[in-house]
Design a protein. Structure first.
Length: 334
């Protein structure tokens, strides 16, 4: 049993390198963080959609399917060659089940009630619709950096009633949206409070940085990437550095790649890393293994491609995506 586990660790790339233990994360997490980040990608697509349209025809059901498709692909990618990360799978099941329930309720409500009140505005937007769109974008900007349950839904509920008058044009739509948005913000606020308490009781606060070994530190890069910090010089020109984690990691990785740096280790891993990009539907210039492809449901000419790239090939892959005009969506830094 110990031999099997050691082999799995070696295959996962966890026993390589010079990254300090406190900065190492399991290689399987580059795949398992995808479902988490889909719950950023989906609200981002929603926020873009409702800027000029009501949400009555947003593809909630399609997004539920895409969440579980992405999780299935991540599970299949990890189940044979990586240790089973029980805690992460439990977390994904919790967020997936709650998102499925939320989207199902929103789909039913928007189809039955939302479309009726939408008839009253005849393609226009009420003040509440515009307020909701601004909140949706603010929420996306927030969760790119912080956990969703830290978002201040109570403040947005107060803002809804303070910033949008009770009387005015599209009265039926106004009152219906006030009811729908108030209900949404209250439920999410209460649920977020409970999840926050449970999370902080069960898990330690994660490190907000990712340790990376690069083959060279480009001159003057500290001005372009001010949060980059050198931890230790290594053999030759290689450096052990830390950069911001989560959404900012994508920008820092792309910035280092553009300046000619190559990655040797990321969070203690030398195996593979998952990258997703948004590309035209007929685009097929992929570097690395394609884990899955999903259409962007609100933009029929665009698709999401998830690529499994060797850590050592990450910089060339990012540069090739940029040169081809692809929109880098995320680099899943374990």
């Amino acid at each position: 049993m110990r031999l099997v586990f050691l082999i799995a660790l070696l295959q996962a790339g966890m026993c390589f390198g010079q990254t300090p233990p406190e900065h190492r994360r399991g290689a399987e997490q580059t795949f398992l963080t995808y479902p988490e980040w889909f719950l950023v990608h989906s609200p981002a697509e929603y926020a873009e959609y409702v800027r000029e349209r009501t949400p009555t025809r947003f593809p909630f059901y399609g997004h539920v399917c895409q969440f579980w498709e992405g999780y299935h692909a991540a599970y299949e990618a990890t189940r044979k060659d990586y240790p089973f990360n029980f805690g992460y799978h439990v977390m994904i099941m919790v967020i997936g089940t709650s998102t499925t329930a939320e989207y199902a309720l929103r789909l039913a409500y928007e189809t039955l009630i939302g479309r009726l009140s939408d008839l009253a505005v005849k393609g226009d937007l009420s003040e509440e619709d515009r307020y909701s769109a601004a909140v949706a974008q603010d929420y996306v900007d927030f969760i790119r950096v912080e956990p969703w349950y830290e978002y201040n839904f109570a403040a947005k509920l107060r803002g809804l009633w303070r910033e949008t008058p009770l009387w005015g044009p599209h009265l039926l739509r106004k009152w219906e949206r006030k009811y729908a948005l108030s209900t949404e913000y209250i439920i999410k606020g209460v649920y977020g409070f409970l999840i926050k308490k449970a999370t902080k009781a069960s898990y330690d606060a994660p490190l907000p940085v990712t340790a990376v070994i690069i083959d060279r530190l480009p001159g003057g890069i500290e001005k372009e990437l001010p949060e980059l910090r050198v931890l230790q010089p290594l053999e030759g020109e290689a450096k052990l550095v830390v950069v911001p984690r989560y959404d900012a990691f994508m920008r820092y990785a792309a910035g280092l790649a553009a300046r000619g740096a190559n990655f040797q280790e990321i969070a203690g891993n030398r195996s593979v890393i998952l990258v997703s990009a948004l590309v035209p539907m007929n685009w097929n210039e992929f570097d690395g293994k394609v884990l899955f492809v999903q259409p962007i449901l609100t933009r029929p000419q665009t698709k999401r491609v998830a690529l499994v790239v060797p850590v050592s090939a990450l910089a060339p892959a990012l540069n090739k995506l940029a040169a081809a005009g692809a929109r880098l969506e995320h680099v899943y830094d374990y």
